[in-house]
Ligand binder design. Sequence first.
Ligand SMILES: [Cu+2]
Length: 289
Amino acid sequence: MGPLTSVTIPQISLVANQWYRFRIAVSKPSGANSAFTFSVPGLCSVRQLARDGIFLSTVPAPQSDTYTIAGPSRIDLALRCAPPPTGTSLYINWDTTNSRVQLIINPGTPNNGFPFRSDGLSTWQPARPAYLQDMRNVAVQQSHQITAGRDTMAWNGNSPVRFNPSTPLGTLSFNGVYEFRIVSANAHPVHLHVYPMQIIGVWNIATSTMTAGNCGTYKVGEFYDTIMSSQICVVRFRAIDFGGKVVMHCHRLRHEDDGAMAWINVTGDPNAILQTPPVTAVPCASFSK
Ligand SMILES: [Cu+2]
């Protein structure tokens, strides 16, 4: 859709009643949550297909005119709009009406694409590779608490540390299923590379128990690459396909650059060449002048 920060309101022309696939990427460097809303409720059929590049477990999701996603994240929507009433404009509003894109709905002959099964009505379940299998009823090797901060990351309540290229934050085993309890305090979106994270539930720190289900706007059973919530989200992932140095960081880019980044050592990857990437560490200070 292009940047929404310019003074001129961007416009996208659509054929009336034709389905389109939109991939919306929020590159907001502040990392804050964003809500976007269709300005004329019910005028468009809007059905979510995917988050962070991964299809939902059932596609498409039920109709909704409003979506909330964290900082740098992606969402895929199937979208079909009727012309707005005369004298009315149709916008996708982004946080406030100061950031929006206008949808221009033109008459035309819609093509025959749609997001459903071939009957044009039913939902479908995508085939999933090993790294996207349901882990809700799978035994986990270990459970760890990850806390992101202003310029640090912390592992299991240990002292928070700034990025250290020579020392991993923790060590996991290749092909294991692991659970992370993610403490982002609704301010530090935690972004994990390589392994998509499946939402399992919410952690209660007072009772040290988990309640299975959605974690805020994150849907139980679905996969994400970035998590930010006022609750402690419990996620699982399988450390498969690639081992070695796996990076995670606060997705507020300023925080990441200030040191809220860490790597996990995933040991035992049989493809050893991937375990020692040719990395040359350059201190951040080198970029300051
Ligand atoms: Cu942060």
